[in-house]
Design a protein around this ligand. Sequence first.
Ligand code: ADP
Length: 590
Amino acid sequence: MSEKTGTFSIVKKTVRFMLKEAWSCKRSYFLLQLFDIIFQVAAPFVEIIFTPLLIDELLGGRRIKLLIIYTALVCIGGIACTFGTNFVRISEERIAVLFENRISEQMSRRVMELDFQLTEDKDALDQIEKARTGMSWYSDGIHGIIGSLSKLVSSLLKIVGSVGVIAYRAPVLIPVTVVLMVITILLQRKLSQISIESFKSLSKLNRIFDYLFYEITDVKNGKDIRLYSAEDMMLKKAAEYNNGSLEQSRWEAKKGLPANLTLSACDCVRDAANYFTAGYLAVMGKITIGVFSQIISAANALHLAMRRTAGAAQELIERCNYAYEYLKFSDYPPALKKGSKSVENTSHTIEFKNVSFTYPNTTVEALKNISITLRPGERLSVVGLNGAGKTTLIKLLCRLYDVTDGEILLDGVNIAEYDIEEYMKLFSVVFQDFKLFAFSVEENITLGEKGKDVQKYVQLSGLDGAFENGADTMLFKQFQENGVEPSGGQQQKLAIARALFKDSPVVILDEPTAALDPLAEYEIYNSFDKLVGSKTAVYISHRLSSCKFCDRIAVFSDGCIKELGSHDELIAVKDGIYAQMFNAQAQYYT
Ligand code: ADP
């Protein structure tokens, strides 16, 4: 998407998107918009048409019946328009909440479905932030954009009506008015470009500020922040970014000053021209006082409508530019190749063939020419020091990233050729930084999947009796005062229960036990290994607790497999990495 901002194409695409969304969400909204336009347009013309009649009747015939009729028309017309507009606006606001919810839901879904790789990509994160802010408070979303559009339509209709009245009563005013209108539109456009430029610079600042704000207020960070007295540093950083956004506002105000001053000068010229012309015609006896007031009212209405049109057009362009970031995000190019092949329902062989990988935007190879085959039902232990590349191997296997070189084959077929959702179902992974949510124990285990007996998995993972309300126990305190803070061990068991519940043919434990002592870790592997049954399993650790349960051990170092074999084979390699590690840790396992 390389269109220039502010172009007609952006407005067209965004408006089309918003209209489509509004149509599928609430059709009656369009009827409300129609009434909104009718009331908006009618309001000034009640005054323009009937007030002059009233004035001329007061200064002339003073017929009571006509005076009452004109007064009633002015009052009732005005009140009807005001009430109508308010009623319509209140109903529109109610529907706007539906629109907001719809977009929030779409946005959350899209963020969750985004290729994992992009969640660590600065540009993608920037785009998410631009989409989020652009579609909410910057543009007011669907209602904001359709509202601006109907404002534009009603203002254009008011222009047509006012010009009609002026052209009929004092055509000489038309050229001045048109010239001022053009100047106003050009200046408003300039101001709009400045504010869009400013929005783009602010999005990065907003993302950093949001991060700091979240870190400061997230109760989970409470301990670290208090113990290390980090609040001053956090607030200082937040203040620095705050200053950055203030600076940006100052820049915007300074840059827009000449245009704003010229706009004020245009107002003075307009008033002078209107009063002079209409006054001259009245003094010369060419028009009545009623018509004088009609010209002034029409000229004022025209001026307001022009300002409103320029404002609405500018607002529409601006809002579309902001909201367009959401469309761009919706179409964000995938980071991974997406195949369509179905995964066959057999036991699977996985082969890494000369796989190398470098993380995006880095230069160091995290994996170098890895070749290893994982047979169905095999237990593989992947060990090595921190940073050796163990987790990267799993991320590639689970298609969180695509390999840089070489290929990974599932049953002889490159994994990129499979339908990614089907492929991902093959793996139950418990990562070191697994995440539990502030939902019930059951929801944390099933993640919405229905049809299996949760209780069985609660028992299997050793959590039976751990929580007072069993699977209905709410975790954490965000939503429930009596929510439970599970211990580290309980959290690991919950994560393991989740992995077992998924019941995939390949299970992977990526050091979820790193925070435990070696013996507790050994215990977890011991019970987990029994639960895994005939599935293929990969256990990752920088310690050797898991090796006892495995057919083979792959020793990683510096992105390479340095040793590969059974415990007995590797322990026999004199001065081998495994043998050294084992001897150093032997006290825990003998
Ligand atoms: P291990 O699991 O053995 O501790 P990792 O696979 O996590 O090692 O990391 C291997 C290398 O890749 C390390 O040098 C690490 O700094 C780097 N690395 C890991 N994750 C990322 C990432 N998201 N972006 C850039 N580099 C990364």
